[in-house]
Design a protein around this ligand. Structure first.
Ligand code: BES
Ligand code: MN
Ligand code: ZN
Length: 511
C-alpha cells in the first residue's frame, strides 16, 4: 500500500471509499459536514439511523455508484471525552481491515474529520496523520507465510490523505513519511519475531540483518563462537552451549553523512531465538511463545530498517549502532549446568544458578562489549527479560530502568505518545545486589522472586560503566498482542520508542 495525498477539499477527492470519524451521538452535520456538502447523498444516507459512533463500530454508507465518492466508511470513536489515541489507532485498523475485506483498491481518509479528531484529542494535525498512517499499515499486517490457503483479499493499493487546502504542508508530508518508515520497521520486527525458531535461528537472523544493512549501505558484522570467545564473552557463550545453533552477535552501524567520528547512540537487543530455559527447563505450557524471546533484537533491527527508509531526509546527527545478541537456550550434554561459574567480559564472575535467567547473561556481555567498542553517547537495551515485569505492569506495558533521568523522561514520553507504554521502575542497586549475592562468585544470575524485574535490571547495571547514559526496557509480555492494529502474535514493540531516541541529541526535541 502506498501513501498519497489529495488536496483541494471534498469536491476534488476521489476514492473507492473515504473513511470519516464519528464520536458517539454525533450526526452527519457535526461529524463530516465538509464531506456531506460535496457528497450530498451522505446527508440522507439511511444507515445514519443505526450508526451510533460507538467505539469499535463502523458502518458503510452507500451513495449513487456514479459519484466520485460513493462509499463513506463511518468509523466510531466512542464518547468524545473518553476517546484517546489508542481508540483512534484501533478505529483506523478496524476500518482498513474492512476495506480490504471488500476488496477496495483505493481508500481515503477525510482530512477535515482528522482535523476535528486532532482538536478533540489535543494533538497536532500532523501528529494525527502519523498515527493514522501507521495504524493503517499495522492494521493490515498479517503473518501468513505458512498458511497454504491464503486470504484472497489483497491490501488496498493506495491510502489517500485527503486534505482541504491547496497544498500539502511539509510537516504533514514529513509525518506521513515517518509513519511509513516506522511501520516498515515494526512490520519487519513482527515478521522476525513471528518466524518460528526452526527458521529464525541466530544465523538466519544475522542474514536478515545483513540484508537490511546492505539495502541501505550500513555496515554489518556478526560475531560467532570464536569471536565471542576471543572477546571474553563467557556469560553470552554459556547460554548458547547447549544448542546445536551457533550464537551470533550481530552489529549493524548506520553513519549518516556528517555524523562520522561522533559518539553513537547504541541500541542493544536480546535475541534469544528460542528460550527453552536450558537445564532449568521451562514447563511445557506456553513454551512455544519463547520463539519470540528475540523480540528485543527484532525491535533493534526494525529501528535500522526504519532509519534506512528515512535516510537521508531526516538523518540523525549521530551514528546509530544496533547490537543484536542472538543465541538459543537449549538443554543438552554440553549445556551450562546450574551452579556453573563464568567470568563475564568485564571480569566479573557469575554463578549461573538458573539457566533460564539467560537474557541477562547475553546482555551483560553485549553491553560490556558495546561500551568498549563504541564509547556510546547513549546506550539503550531492550529485552523480553522477566515474567516478573509482566506481573508488575500487566500485558500492555514495558518496564523502564535508567541511570539517567533525562533519558528516562524522554523514553517515557515517547512511549506514551507513540502507543508503546512504559513505566519507570527503580534501579535499587543495594536491594538488587543483596538479592543477587553469591557464596562463591561475585553474583548469581537469578536471585529471589520478589522484585524480579528490578533484580534483573540491577544485574545488567553491573555491566554498565559509571556515567554512561543507559536505559533498559523490559518488554516481556508487551511482545505479544491481538487487537485491531496487531494480528495475533508479535507486536514489534519498542521500534517506535527506540527510533525516537536516536534524535534526542543535545536538547533537540524527540521526534
Ligand atoms: N524470556 C524469559 C522471560 C519471559 C517470560 C518473556 C515470559 C516473555 C514471557 C526469561 O529468559 C526468563 O526465563 N526469565 C525468568 C527469570 C527467572 C529465572 C529469574 C522468569 O521471568 O521467570
Ligand atoms: Mn529464560
Ligand atoms: Zn529468555
Amino acid at each position: 500500500m502506498d501513501i498519497r495525498f489529495q488536496v483541494g477539499g471534498p469536491s476534488h477527492w476521489k476514492a473507492d471509499a473515504v473513511m470519516t470519524f464519528v464520536f458517539e451521538g454525533e450526526g452527519v452535520e457535526q461529524a463530516c459536514s465538509a464531506l456531506a456538502q460535496n457528497a450530498l447523498w451522505l446527508g440522507i444516507a439511511p444507515a445514519w439511523r443505526d450508526f451510533r459512533g460507538r467505539k469499535g463500530e463502523s458502518v458503510m454508507f452507500y451513495g449513487p455508484q456514479a459519484m466520485e465518492i460513493s462509499r463513506v466508511l463511518g468509523v466510531g470513536l466512542g464518547k468524545a471525552e473518553k476517546a484517546n489515541m489508542t481508540v483512534f489507532r484501533h478505529a483506523v485498523g478496524t476500518a482498513v481491515r474492512r476495506c480490504r475485506e471488500y476488496d477496495l483498491e483505493t481508500v481515503g481518509i477525510d482530512g477535515a474529520s482528522l482535523a476535528r479528531v486532532a482538536r478533540t484529542l489535543g494533538v497536532s494535525f500532523d501528529a494525527l496523520v502519523r498515527e493514522a498512517v501507521i495504524a493503517a499499515f499495522l492494521g493490515l499486517y498479517r503473518y501468513d507465510r505458512w498458511k497454504s490457503e491464503k486470504s484472497d483479499h489483497e491490501d488496498p493499493r493506495s491510502l489517500f490523505l485527503m486534505l482541504e487546502g491547496e497544498f500539502v504542508e511539509d510537516a504533514v508530508r514529513a509525518q506521513a513519511r515517518m509513519a511509513e518508515a516506522e511501520a516498515r520497521g515494526v512490520m519487519l520486527a513482527r515478521d522476525a519475531a513471528n518466524d518460528p525458531a526452526n527458521v529464525m535461528t541466530p544465523s538466519a537472523f544475522a542474514e536478515k540483518a545483513r540484508s537490511v544493512a546492505s539495502k541501505y549501505g550500513m555496515t554489518w558484522r556478526a560475531l560467532g563462537p570464536s569471536e565471542l570467545k576471543a572477546e571474553g564473552m563467557n556469560a553470552y557463550l554459556a547460554v548458547a552451549r547447549g544448542s546445536a545453533e551457533e550464537p551470533r552477535m550481530v552489529v549493524v552501524e548506520y553513519t549518516p553523512r556528517g555524523a562520522e567520528g561522533r559518539n553513537p547512540v547504541v541500541l542493544v537487543g536480546k535475541g534469544l531465538c528460542f528460550d527453552s530455559g536450558g537445564i532449568s527447563l521451562k514447563p511445557a505450557k506456553g513454551m512455544e511463545e519463547m520463539k519470540g524471546d528475540m523480540s528485543g533484537a527484532a525491535a533493534v533491527l526494525g529501528v535500522m530498517e526504519a532509519l534506512g527508509q528515512l535516510a537521508p531526509s531526516v538523518a540523525p546527527k549521530r551514528p546509530v549502532v544496533g547490537v543484536m545478541a542472538c543465541a538459543e537456550n537449549m538443554p543438552d550434554g554440553h549445556a551450562t549446568r546450574p551452579g556453573d561459574i563464568v567470568i563475564a567480559k568485564n571480569g566479573k564472575s557469575v554463578e549461573i544458578v538458573n539457566t533460564d535467567a539467560e537474557g541477562r547473561l547475553v546482555l551483560a556481555d553485549a553491553l560490556a562489549w558495546a561500551q568498549e567498542a563504541y564509547d556510546p553517547f547513549r546506550l539503550v537495551d531492550i529485552a523480553t527479560l522477566t515474567g516478573a515485569c509482566a506481573v508488575a505492569l500487566g500485558l500492555d506495558a514495558a518496564g523502564l530502568f535508567a541511570s539517567d533521568d533525562a533519558l528516562a523522561a524522554a523514553l517515557h514520553e515517547a512511549g506514551t505518545r507513540l502507543g508503546e507504554r512504559n513505566w519507570r521502575l527503580p534501579l535499587w542497586t543495594d536491594a538488587g545486589l543483596a538479592a543477587l549475592k553469591s557464596s562463591c562468585a561475585d553474583m548469581v544470575n537469578s536471585g529471589i522472586r520478589e522484585g524480579g524485574a528490578i533484580n534483573a535490571a540491577v544485574f545488567l547495571q553491573q555491566f554498565v560503566r559509571e556515567g554512561v547514559a543507559w536505559a533498559h526496557i523490559d518488554m516481556a509480555a508487551a511482545d505479544n498482542a491481538d487487537n485491531p492494529i496487531n494480528a495475533k502474535g508479535a507486536t514489534g514493540f519498542g521500534v517506535r520508542t527506540l527510533l525516537s531516541a536516536v534524535w534526542d541529541d543535545e536538547g533537540e526535541m524527540l521526534q
